[in-house]
Design a protein around this ligand. Structure first.
Ligand SMILES: *Cc1c(COP(=O)(O)O)cnc(C)c1O
Length: 408
């Protein structure tokens, strides 16, 4: 960091280029390209896959808006798929019937660390000739059946902002084994690197100016932090995994709650367990609402335990009525031949998931004596659940939010 400051290299690319090389090696992809944030990395990944005017991208409704919203500014639109209530990730069985001649890509999100079921998704994409973009913002370092998430689809893109498990300040990263996607991402938004080294013929005539009209360069204070983070991340991730697995192993079999983590024999992991959640099963607690359950946990001192997760994106007015660019109609359908909007009731799992999940503590250190206190609090609330039924306020009409996770 001090070297960057002393040499006045904040806007250079030499340190970022080193970070990219090291990151690609760690990620096990041929290419890595640094971005100023995850939102821009995802937009460049879409452009890299050829997403343009009139196209559709399939994306889960339960995610942070940046997984798909920048498709609007490419002239494209999202089509939302439902999630699987156990993984909280896109449901592989709810994708194929949504594919049309206009579908260019499926965007999957390894939601709050859980690796998506990539095998069937890749199979569908190959069969239908469309690309897969992995949003890895919640799952850096995670594995799906032993393979690094981010390296399985055609391209991975992710946030490395301060709240994420792999935190470097404000930054994003795109990773791929596909040279054309990599070069299209450079051409889109990295004009100073869009030069003689570009091999893709169709990109050669326009060198020197960014095709997207954007400048998405990573600040080198962040790439310097990133290079150091990379040296420690595997060790930090291992400690988080040990702590979180200890927490959940000790709550195994408790009624009303389930760990949100893949089976250990699958070879899949939760990476850095970004903003971990529990699955909540009210039927096992005589219908006690997740709101009452979390209130009781917070009374016990578990301050982070809030009900719900991200709200279903397809219900937000920005995806239904808002005319962002002056097309004279909602942007969602500005460039499409059919009305792709999805009314209330169309994605039942996404719409109801807020009542069946809640945030749990994100233990970053393996300190059993502290984790044990939380385990005891959870067990106490579950043991006393019958008493909570009498004063259960029920759930509000909407749980969770459309903005961002809060971190304490
Ligand atoms: C944080 C996040 C992003 C956006 O990244 P920024 O660095 O904040 O722009 C994208 N997708 C998901 C799933 C995220 O959580």
């Amino acid at each position: 960091m001090l070297e960057v400051l002393r040499s006045g290299a904040m806007s250079g690319t030499d340190i970022t280029a080193k970070f990219e090389l090291e990151f690609a090696q760690w990620q096990k992809t041929e290419f890595a390209l640094g971005f100023n944030n995850g939102t821009s990395a995802i937009q460049a990944a879409m452009f890299g896959c050829g997403v343009g005017v009139g196209d559709e991208v399939i994306c889960p409704s339960i995610t942070y808006w940046a997984s798909c919203l920048s498709s609007y500014s490419l002239g494209a639109t999202p089509v939302f798929a439902d999630i699987d209530p156990n993984t909280l990730c896109i449901d592989p069985n709810d994708i194929e019937h949504r594919i049309t001649d206009h579908t260019k890509a499926i965007i999957v999100v390894h939601y709050v660390g859980y690796p998506c079921d990539m095998d069937p998704i890749m199979q569908i994409a190959h069969k239908r000739g469309i690309k897969v973009i992995e949003d890895v913002s919640h799952a850096q370092g995670g594995l799906y059946k032993g393979k690094n998430v981010g390296s399985i689809g055609d391209v991975g893109a992710m946030s490395l902002m301060s709240a994420k498990a792999f935190a470097v300040g404000e930054a994003g990263m795109l990773v791929t084994n596909n040279r054309e996607i990599y070069e299209r991402a450079i051409a889109f938004s990295h004009y100073e690197r869009y030069g003689d080294r570009i091999q893709t013929e169709s990109l050669k005539p326009y060198q020197g100016l960014p095709l997207g009209g954007y400048k998405y360069r990573m600040h080198q204070m962040s790439s310097a932090v990133g290079r150091v983070q990379l040296r420690h991340y595997d060790e930090r991730m291992a400690e988080i995994q040990k702590a979180m697995n200890y927490f959940w192993d000790n709550l195994e079999g408790q009624p009303g709650i389930r760990a949100h983590r893949p089976d250990i024999v699958s070879g899949s992991t939760m990476g850095g367990w970004y903003f971990p959640h529990a699955l909540y099963v009210p039927e096992e607690l005589d219908g006690l609402s997740v709101t009452a359950f979390c209130n009781a946990l917070r009374d016990q001192g578990c301050k982070i335990c809030t009900p719900g997760c991200n709200s279903a994106l397809h219900l937000h007015p920005l995806f239904n009525t808002c005319d962002v660019y002056g097309h004279g109609k909602p942007t969602r359908i500005a460039n499409t031949e059919r009305d792709v909007r999805q009314p209330e009731g169309s994605l039942p799992i996404s719409e109801g998931i807020g009542a069946r999940t809640f945030a749990v503590p994100w233990f970053k250190h393996y300190r059993p004596e502290i984790i044990d206190e939380y385990i005891a609090a959870f067990k106490a609330v579950i043991a006393n659940y019958k008493r909570l039924l009498a004063t259960d306020p029920g759930n509000p009409p909407m749980l969770g939010n459309w903005h961002f996770f809060k971190h304490s």
